[in-house]
Design a protein around this ligand. Structure first.
Ligand code: RP5
Length: 163
């Protein structure tokens, strides 16, 4: 399971959202491990996974969950590694419940909260890469190339009526 990023989520139903994090990490060549770890349905697994995460070589943890989204916060309670939380869009409350559950951490236990849904998941993957790039000049170059290409795509086709 050796990988730089742990990409975990509360349910298999979160994968269609969380695969956006995997997408950008694939693009930038960052290794990740994917697994369902539920704060409520598998609480002992969550504690064991989080407590052993640093020893297992992970450097950043991305946690996605919806509804009563306690996963990222509980992971952060069990590890010193940086934890990025992705609020998955819920059916009942469109992800506002997820967002507030993840963002409103008590002082002293930090979770970096991203946007609701696939944009948040993508940016969690991107931010994990940026954190890892602090000690990796080659990764810095890849991130800069990704950003430059994105900018060029917008600048080269500014007419909103054209695809
Ligand atoms: C959360 O409950 C999961 O993260 C998921 O977003 C939500 C619904 O889970 P399922 O009932 O689809 O397994 O724990």
């Amino acid at each position: 399971m050796q990988a730089d990023v742990a990409l975990i989520m509360g349910s298999k139903s979160d994968w269609p959202t969380m695969e956006s994090a995997a997408e950008i990490m694939d693009t930038l060549g960052v290794s990740y491990h994917v697994e369902v770890v539920s704060a409520h349905r598998t609480p002992v697994k969550l504690a064991e996974f989080s407590e052993s995460a640093a020893d297992n070589g992970f450097k950043v943890i991305i946690g996605g969950a919806g509804g009563a989204a306690h996963l990222p916060g509980m992971v952060a309670a069990h590890t010193h590694l940086p934890v990025l939380g992705v609020p998955v869009q819920s059916k009942a409350l469109s992800g506002m419940d997820s967002l507030l559950s993840i963002a409103q951490m008590p002082k002293g236990v930090a979770v970096g909260t991203l946007a609701i849904g696939t944009s948040g998941a993508f940016n969690a993957g991107l931010l994990a890469c940026q954190i890892l790039s602090l000690n990796n000049p080659e990764l810095v170059k890849k991130i800069q190339a990704f950003r430059n290409k994105q900018t060029e795509t917008v600048l080269s086709n500014p007419d909103p009526r054209e695809v």
